[in-house]
Design a protein around this ligand. Sequence first.
Ligand SMILES: Nc1ncnc2c1ncn2[C@@H]1O[C@H](COP(=O)(O)OP(=O)(O)OP(=O)(O)O)[C@@H](O)[C@H]1O
Length: 321
Amino acid sequence: MIRTRGLTKQYGAVRAVDGVGLDVREGDVYGFLGANGSGKTTTVRMLLGLVLPTSGAMEVLGSSMPAARAQVLPRVGALVEGPGAHAHLSGRTNLDLLDRAGRDRLATGARAERITEVLAEVGLDPADRRPVRTYSLGMRQRLGLAAALLRRPALLVLDEPTNGLDPQGIGEIRDLLLRLNAAGTTVFLSSHLLAEVEQLCTRVGVIDRGRLVLQEPLEGLLTPPGVVAVSTPETGRAASLLGRRVLGAEPGRLLVESWDPAALNAELVGAGVPVTAFGPWRRELEQVVREATAVRRDPVLPDPPEDAAPAGTREYLSTRP
Ligand SMILES: Nc1ncnc2c1ncn2[C@@H]1O[C@H](COP(=O)(O)OP(=O)(O)OP(=O)(O)O)[C@@H](O)[C@H]1O
């Protein structure tokens, strides 16, 4: 749905986006994560043909951008920072004008019906005639999303879609995006909110100072395959038994490399090590992102016990898929 190669944008001395290779597949809810100023908005603007790349290549819906923008953009629903709307007109009238101005505009009756539908979908009252200038930031954001949905796009590209929404609003938009995705829409959203991405996305790309430092399916990042968390009051004894298989340790718990958890459990119990909890190691997205954005810092892992694996094996956890 989106593929970029070496996508770069230079603003004077600032390389806002630096050699980014995005790969967004059909059916993804792709979370494009990055701190403020990391290059998210510039990337999104390039994808939508609003900013020209300095170098690199982009394909959206299988066509080269920005060359094919006239064919591609009508099939992409976009919400970019600060949705623009005519402040003196109602949300409904804004959507009506937007559709009339576009290619392949809807017939009048169908348009009114579709506008009612999308307003209700994003949680705005279709009968509300107040001008947009009276809208809260959250309502404007919802209106921007309604505009993005108007043409039932195959791909949604959303820059910080929950900006300005309260927790309830964030939850509603999350549910809406999940519903749309279940019905076949691919979603690409930028965000600086780890929790939002963790709850919504199937794939994650992390951009740090213009560079894409990570791009993986979310589940594999949170639960790296082949790593088991073993809780035991006797970590020292378990660590000497397991040797180099111990990847990390914290009080009362070891992280152990194992592709056969049943055998590992049997080995521990057989050796008389009391195991109080045992299961796949799950970590927070925050930890994953901290590791991915750390510059030649040690990966954020608990220290292994003295008698366990050498320090180098910790690297393994931070780099494995
Ligand atoms: N038009 C511009 N001219 C000069 N520098 C720019 C321009 N647009 C962005 N930048 C710079 O490029 C870098 C990336 O900005 P960008 O807005 O893409 O980041 P972002 O991740 O979207 O951040 P935010 O979440 O704050 O919007 C920043 O250093 C920014 O100052």
